[in-house]
Design a protein around this ligand. Structure first.
Ligand code: CTP
Ligand code: MG
Length: 393
């Protein structure tokens, strides 16, 4: 099986436009990326998926392609992808996507980018079904409302709820079948709202697997609260790691975690040389994907000459909090042969708790020697490492 996915993002989002200032829903920002990107990421976590076709409105194609290239910087998706322009109806957009599939492709998923919440597990279940020789498979969930058929202003009759299913995307097909039925759909002028309907009208079987209640489609302004509330309700754990070294020599009186360490060797540094706070800053920057302390506070700059590392930490931590990260714990280790750090650990810990506004069970400060080995063992310098864990909302 060689399966590609067509990600549909060529609609105009008319039903939502009153709430988005005219921004088409597939381009709405959610968790730092446009909505259509989230489906691409989920497919990239589906190991049997071999490639993606993005379908964008003709007028947005250049801008959307640039956005995609930036998002996929470093080949983050790990999948080949192509971009094509959509048509006036959903089915026309799918048709254009089908034309772009590579010849070796045997199966295809069609997915609405307006459904960003589906899981890789669902995609895998659909793939399993295709591998079991089914030619068309869709996710469906039982209907919970009573559905009635309306005529003009009155109800004509009620449908038997036990036979009804609400259908979702992604929908999976054998490529040959889907191409054939789409050709027929064009010839015969059928109007459909999903691809399974075309297969059904062509008289071919469509099977279903359990869909996901959470796999809703963003359609009306009320649905926007789904993105907003999901944004708040699912914090993502992130980790960061930091490492720093300073050599001993004529320089600055040693400070660790903002505490002056009396009687300790001096450290060579541009700032105040607080090796522990530097490692901590790097760990926080690590959580945010923000590079390292040297990029933010270059040691070639006059501005940072002998600057207190507490000031640098405040600046980094301020950015961290403003971006919606919440620290859960900090684990720090100082590695030095001299000075002896046991007496200083409680004070250092207390000061870190104060600076980060954390409780004592959220901060750990450890110290170790390297058994007289290496540059710390030879008393030539000191190093520190920091591991932090945070929640990103
Ligand atoms: N779609 C598409 N090409 C079209 C119409 C729709 O690619 N000509 C895509 C949409 O971008 C969406 C999916 O098909 O991801 C489902 O369609 P729908 O929810 O109806 O989105 P829109 O057509 O954009 O919204 P509306 O009907 O409110 O205008
Ligand atoms: Mg539509």
């Amino acid at each position: 099986m060689h399966c590609w996915s067509i990600i549909l993002a060529a609609g105009s989002g008319t039903r939502l436009s009153s709430a988005t200032n005219g921004v088409k829903k597939q381009f709405l920002e959610w968790k730092g990326a446009p909505l259509f990107w989230h489906s691409a990421i989920t497919f990239s976590h589906t190991t049997r998926m071999r490639g993606l076709i993005f379908v964008f409105p003709e007028e947005d194609i250049e801008e959307a392609t640039t956005t995609l290239k930036n998002l996929d910087f470093g080949r983050r998706l790990g999948l080949p992808w192509k971009v094509v322009s959509g048509g006036s109806r959903r089915q026309d957009s799918v048709y254009n996507g089908l034309q772009a599939l590579p010849s070796q492709c045997t199966h295809v998923f069609v997915h609405d980018s307006a459904r960003p919440f589906f899981s890789a597990k669902l995609a895998n279940t659909l793939l399993d079904s295709l591998e079991n020789e089914n030619q068309a498979v869709i996710p469906a969930i039982p209907v919970t409302d009573t559905i009635k058929v309306a005529e003009a202003n009155s109800i004509s009759h009620t449908l038997d709820r036990s036979t009804l299913r609400a259908c979702q995307t992604p929908q999976g097909f054998e490529k040959k079948l889907l191409v054939e039925v789409h050709e027929r759909c064009r010839e015969e002028g059928w109007e459909v709202t999903d691809d399974a309907s075309i297969v059904e009208q062509a008289g071919q079987p469509v099977v279903f697997v359990d869909g996901e209640v959470t796999n809703s489609k963003i359609t009306t302004p009320e649905d926007l609260t789904m993105i907003e509330s999901k944004q708040i309700s699912i914090p993502v754990p992130v980790t960061g790691w930091g490492y720093d070294v300073h050599s001993y020599g004529e320089g600055r009186p040693m400070k660790l975690g903002g505490i002056p360490i009396q009687g300790a060797p001096e450290v060579v540094a541009h700032s105040d040389g607080d090796v522990l706070l530097h490692a901590l800053c790097d760990a926080l920057l690590g959580c945010m994907g923000e590079g390292d302390i040297g990029e933010h506070f270059p040691d070639s700059s006059e501005e940072f000459d002998n600057i207190s590392s507490g000031v640098l930490l405040n600046e980094v931590y301020d950015k961290f909090l403003k971006r919606g990260y919440r620290l859960t714990n900090v684990d720090l280790t100082i590695i030095a042969q001299v000075p002896r750090l046991v007496p200083w650990k409680p004070q250092i810990k207390k000061n870190i708790c104060r600076m980060l506004k954390l409780n004592t069970d959220q901060v750990n400060v450890k110290a170790t020697t390297e058994e007289k080995l290496g540059f710390t063992g030879e008393k030539k310098g000191i190093k520190a490492v920091a591991a932090v864990m945070a929640l990103r909302s």
